[in-house]
Design a protein around this ligand. Structure first.
Ligand code: AFP
Length: 365
């Protein structure tokens, strides 16, 4: 061994020392999520055996339908957390409604949102998938079981966020506002070990990442910007970036943060539901934007920082661009210059959202 071995438990405890007033509840919540991640990792690595052994999505020997992996992942997180007394209310990409803590259990001060298994349509092809989570402090007052206002908080209020990649190895990456740290699961000892301390995006970008197959449906600003990324814009030719796109966002974002570049999921004209893109603000974009900012990168909806968006619906979508700050700023400039038709649509969405903004008494402190 060439350097100290630091487990995730020890690392989180060390971080907790920066906050003398900390009670340990937050630290314990991170442990719970980490434990759920280990369970999900175990199931995802067995996914290829579904037909043989009767795992996710297949029928078992008793003729019962097995749980799909994303449902398994959802349940693993809910069951790990709901009785812990650490969380007031939860929301999952897999559930249309808020998930309240059952009456028989105590509520805690935190609010948890998660995408239990992002990229799950890739599982059949043995492509990496991931879990994304966000932790906020409650804002609703009183002894209730949490409200929509607790869940509809802008990303700049995040207490912590993270993702887990189930890939060639299982990695747990998180930030509690003190940088971004990555841990790799050592299956032989069952521990996440610190493998990537203080992740920061490299200054020199390497790849852009987008589903280029939708190019014909993009608005002009994004189309021209991608031509610029390729080095082909007449007025500003350059060497151009390479293209990588997995279609499993956690992996695409992880690579973008490790190698430098930009990830994009723009709105398009293919269908009206794509006017604000495909990705979910609360379950995917806000937590990844929080991590990005902590890693020295930036994340935008093309006009505003993702972290500044006040959500108005649990499953709200947003265009999403994340990467080196200068690349994101350049993209915003292209959108301002060429995306006039889409900017009008954007303004409409912002106006409607303002009218819907939640208003309830806020908890003190
Ligand atoms: P699934 O969870 O349905 O596989 O969707 C994955 C995802 O939300 C995100 O992880 C990818 O970046 C994006 O969708 C891929 O979407 P396209 O297939 O349209 O490129």
């Amino acid at each position: 061994m060439t350097r100290n071995v630091i487990t995730i438990e020890r690392h989180i405890l060390d971080q907790q020392r920066h906050f003398p007033q900390a009670t340990g509840v937050f630290t314990s919540l991170l442990y719970d999520i980490m434990l759920a991640a280990k369970l999900i990792a175990r199931e995802t690595t067995r996914a290829g055996l579904a037909d043989i052994l009767g795992l996710a999505g297949a029928t078992n020997v008793q003729g019962e339908q097995q749980q799909k992996l994303d449902v398994y992942a959802h349940n693993a997180i809910v069951r790990m957390v709901d009785h812990s007394g650490r969380v007031r209310v939860m929301a999952s990409e897999e559930d249309p409604d808020p998930i309240h803590i059952p009456e028989r259990y105590e509520c805690g001060p935190y609010v948890l949102l998660f995408d239990p298994l992002d990229g799950s349509s890739n599982i059949d092809f043995n492509v990496s998938v991931g879990t994304i989570f966000s932790i906020y402090r409650r804002v609703s007052a009183g002894n209730d079981r949490g409200s929509l206002d607790d869940l509809l908080q802008p990303g700049y209020k995040l207490a912590a966020a993270g993702y887990v990649i189930y890939g060639s190895s299982t990695m747990f990456v998180y930030s509690a506002g003190q940088g971004v740290h990555g841990f790799t699961l050592d299956r032989t000892v069952g521990e996440f070990l610190l493998s990537h301390p203080n992740i920061t995006i490299p200054d020199r970008p390497k790849y852009y990442s987008v589903n280029q197959g939708y190019q014909q449906y993009w608005y002009e600003g994004v189309r021209r910007y991608v031509t610029w990324l390729q080095g082909l814009e007449e007025e500003d030719p350059h060497k151009g970036l390479g293209l990588r796109y997995i279609g499993s966002m956690v992996s695409d974002i992880h690579r973008t943060l490790m190698s430098g570049g930009i990830f994009m999921y723009p709105p398009d004209t293919k269908q009206s539901s794509m006017q604000m893109g495909k990705l979910r603000l609360l379950y995917e974009c806000a937590p990844l934007a929080f991590i990005a900012e902590q890693a020295g990168a930036a994340a935008s909806d093309g006009v505003n920082p993702i972290l500044n968006i006040q959500p108005t619906e649990l499953h709200q979508r947003t265009p999403f661009y994340l990467g080196n700050r200068d690349l994101v700023e350049k993209l915003e400039a292209y959108i301002q210059k060429y995306n006039g038709d889409w900017l009008e649509i954007y303004e409409q969405h912002v106006k409607l959202a303002r009218e819907r903004e939640p208003r309830t008494p806020q908890a003190e402190g």
